[in-house]
Design a protein around this ligand. Structure first.
Ligand code: NAD
Length: 375
């Protein structure tokens, strides 16, 4: 059962383009498993979207929700399109047509979509509105990642990175390290990377390197992520930041540091560079940053890996918080939300850690043992 999605739907979305022509876009929604609760997963708009990839991502969501023990199953959706070449109006028409075609599959107790690659809170607002038109009343709990004014969750943006920081805090406790004496390199300075660098800096870690798609910067004496953010806002990249040496993204991964946080893309740590990684901890903020061969090499070297399905699950946990608040019509304070997130992440980390000790497995295998076992 677990090897196969429960349901997969392919849809064709005819969209009137701004020039008056009609284009047909192919999309899908794959629902992997809902044994533990409604299907949950993002919708991505990308030219490379395929049914196979979306199916794999849907399964990933099932394990992720089970590892952090939130009452959701796993799903994923996608539309094969290039949003960078489409106007806002074209994207709105595409989103509303796609939602109309999958409307029977989704809903607050059935399947709750969220943003993913190249979909944002505006796209979620269009989905919510289209779903609500079908119902005849407003249903904010039908999607997560909405604008705050429509019932979105204020801390969603930083929740993934806060979860990463909680996992690192637990890991260094087990490894006898301290925040003050630990150095950190972060690959990727987007939403997850920037927030992770900022939160870790605030907690006393020394951030020595950060990077974006154009390259990275390194200063063994420490870098202030807030100033780098300001620099990037002005110049469009972290490159050129004063008081630092320029490094490539490949070099960043191999720099001397205690904690490496890949927060950019998949397949960054490979069999070609894994042996050169000097970090004691690899905290996988991105999805799938380590290839299976690299995973083996890192484990042989004794690197402590916090696997993606655990490390970045603060994001889906924040989605869960949004949904719960929408369903109950409650509003939590920032402190309440952060303390609930901490409780869930710390419990999940320690359950994975205990499983790894008990079953003599690495952390990734332990996370899967726990997740698959719960499902
Ligand atoms: P983002 O688009 O905001 O940021 C990505 C960053 O990576 C950008 O700074 C970009 O310049 C950089 N980048 C792109 N190519 C790079 C390269 N070759 N080398 C180094 N940096 C490169 O995306 P995000 O939301 O921060 O997501 C980052 C990762 O985290 C993705 O794998 C995503 O799936 C995962 N993730 C995100 C969330 C979330 O809440 N946003 C939740 C779970 C997992």
């Amino acid at each position: 059962m677990l090897k196969h999605p429960k349901r997969a739907m392919i849809v064709s979305c005819p969209v009137k383009m701004d020039d008056g022509t009609v284009k047909v876009f192919t999309g899908c929604r794959v629902q992997h498993n809902d044994s533990r609760g409604p299907f949950k997963g993002g919708i991505r708009y990308h030219p490379d979207v395929t049914l196979d990839e979306v199916t794999a991502l849907a399964m990933w969501m099932t394990w992720k929700c089970a590892v952090v023990d939130i009452p959701y199953g796993g799903a994923k959706g996608g539309v094969c399109c290039n949003p960078k070449e489409m106007s806002r109006n074209e994207l709105e028409r595409l989103t509303r047509r796609y939602t109309t075609l999958i409307v029977d599959l989704i809903g607050p107790y059935r399947d709750v979509p969220a943003p993913d690659v190249y979909t944002d809170e505006q796209v979620m607002a269009w989905i919510m509105d289209t779903y609500s038109i079908f119902k005849g009343y407003s249903v904010p709990e039908s999607v997560t990642g909405k604008p705050i004014i429509l019932g979105g969750f204020k801390q969603r943006e930083e929740a993934t990175s806060r979860g990463v920081a909680f996992c690192i805090r637990e890991a260094i406790k087990h490894l006898g390290m301290t925040a003050k004496k630990s150095t950190v390199a972060v690959q990727g300075f987007g939403s997850v990377g920037w927030n992770a660098a900022r939160i870790l800096h605030d907690e006393g870690y020394r951030v020595v390197a950060v990077s974006d798609s154009k390259g990275g910067i390194y200063n063994p004496g420490g870098i202030d992520p807030y100033k780098v953010f300001e620099h990037k806002s002005r110049k469009g990249s972290v490159i050129g930041y004063a008081d630092s040496k320029q490094v490539t993204n490949e070099e960043l991964l191999e720099l001397p540091c205690d904690i490496l946080v890949p927060a950019a893309l998949e397949n960054q740590i490979t069999r070609d560079n894994a042996a050169n990684i000097k970090a004691k901890i690899v905290a996988e903020a991105a999805n799938g940053p380590t290839t299976p061969e690299a995973d083996r090499i890192l484990n042989e070297k004794g690197v402590f890996i916090i696997p993606d399905i655990l490390d970045n699950s603060g994001g889906v946990t924040a989605s869960y918080f949004e949904w719960v608040q929408n369903l109950t019509r409650e509003r939590w304070t920032e402190e309440e939300a952060n303390s609930r997130l901490e409780g869930i992440m710390v419990k999940a980390f320690n359950e994975v850690y205990e499983t790894s000790k008990k079953r003599q497995a690495d952390m990734r295998t332990a996370a899967l043992i726990l997740g698959v076992g719960r499902v």
